[in-house]
Ligand binder design. Sequence first.
Ligand code: PMP
Length: 405
Amino acid sequence: MTFDVAAIREQFPILSREVDGKPLVYLDNAATTQKPQCVIDALVDYYSTCNSNVHRGAHRLADEATQRYEGARDIVAGFINADCREEVVWTSGTTEAINVVAHGLAQLLKADDEVLVTEMEHHANLVTWQQACKQAGATLKVAPICDNGELRVDEFEKLLSDNTKLVAFPHVSNSLGTINPVKQLVQLAKKVGAWVLVDGAQGIAHGAVDVRDLGCDFYAFSGHKVFGPTGIGVLWGRKSLLEEWPVWQTGGEMISEVTYQDARWNELPYRLEAGTPHIAGAIGLGEAIRWFSELDFDGMKAHETALMESATRQAEAFEGLTIIGNSPEKTGVLSFVMDAGHPADIGFLLDRQGIAIRTGHHCAEPLMNRLGVPGTARASFSIYNTLEEVDALFAALKKVQMMLA
Ligand code: PMP
C-alpha cells in the first residue's frame, strides 16, 4: 500500500488556505500539528450533542460525555500499549505531565540524590527537574551531546550512579530532530535502579510508541503535536508508581473521602486529575489517535524519510547555509542557520512567501548556547507535507538570501 499524501492532505482543511495569496506551506509541525476534519468534527459534535460534566451527572448527557471521554482514554491506552487504562492520566500537555512527575519527585528526593538529563532538553524537561532538585537539595546532572546533536551515550552511562533517582530525556529532540536510543538509555538507567521519564512530545507523531517495549516508567506527550487539540496531553506511568506518586493538584475528582480536617485520595487515574478536565480535548485527542493509528505506518515512515532526505540533500548543497544537528538518527526537523542573516529575518521573509517555519531558541536556550548559535531557523515536517513543499522551501530560501544580500 502506498502512502497517499494527497488523500491525507484533503482531510486537513487548513492546508488549502492561502497566505497573502500564496498557498500555505506549513513547516512548523514540531510546534504544533494541524487537525484533520474528523478531530474538528469530534469537538463540534461533543459540544453540539452531549456537552456535560463527566462522572458526576445522573443524566443522559453526562453518561454520553463520560463514555466518550473515558473511551478516549481507552484509545490512548491501546495506542501506546499501556498495561491498563488507569495508567493514562490526562494533563494539559507534555509540560504539565512532566510537572506532575517533578512535583512528586521533589518530595521523594533526598539531598544526595541525583537527576540526570541531557544537553538537548526542551525547557519543559529541564527547568522542572532543576526546580525539583533545588527544592530537595539534590543535584541535576547533564549528559553531553556531540557537536552533531547526538547524545554521548558513553558519557550518559558514566554520569549514572547509585544516587541517580530519575533520568529524563527526549524521545526526539525538538530543536535538532535527534532520535535518542530510548531502549538503550532505559536499560542503562535501570542498571542503577533509576526511574526513567521519556519526553515524548516529538516522538508521538512519528509512528507507534510502545511504552512497555521501551521499558521506561513515564512517557509524556501533548495532544496538539499528534493532530489533536491544544490543552490536552497525557502522562503515562507505571501503575505501581502512579498509585504511590505524591498527588499533584488537590480538589474535586481526585478525592475519595473528605472531612473538614482531612481527605483521602481517589484511585488511579483520578487521583492525579483534579477538577473538571478538558473533556472536549480528551475526546478530540482520542479521535486524533484513532485516525492516526489507522495510517499505514511503514508508508508513513518511508514518506517522512523521503522528506528528510530531500531537505537534507538540498540544505547540504545550499551555499551559505549550515545545518544544525546532523545526528544519523533523525526525524522531522531541519534546523539551520544562514550566513545571509539572522534566523528571525529568515522566518519573516519566508512567511511573506507563504512558508511557515519557526525561528529562535525553540525553548532550548542552553542547547543553543552549547552549539554556539543564537537560535536557528527550523523547518519541521509532518505526514501531510510533500516533496514539492520541501522544494518550495529551498526556492524561497534562495530569494531570502538575495533579499538579505
Ligand atoms: N518537550 C519537547 C521536546 C517539545 O517539543 C515540547 C513542545 N515544543 C514540549 C516538551 C512542551 O510541550 P507542550 O508545550 O505541548 O507542553
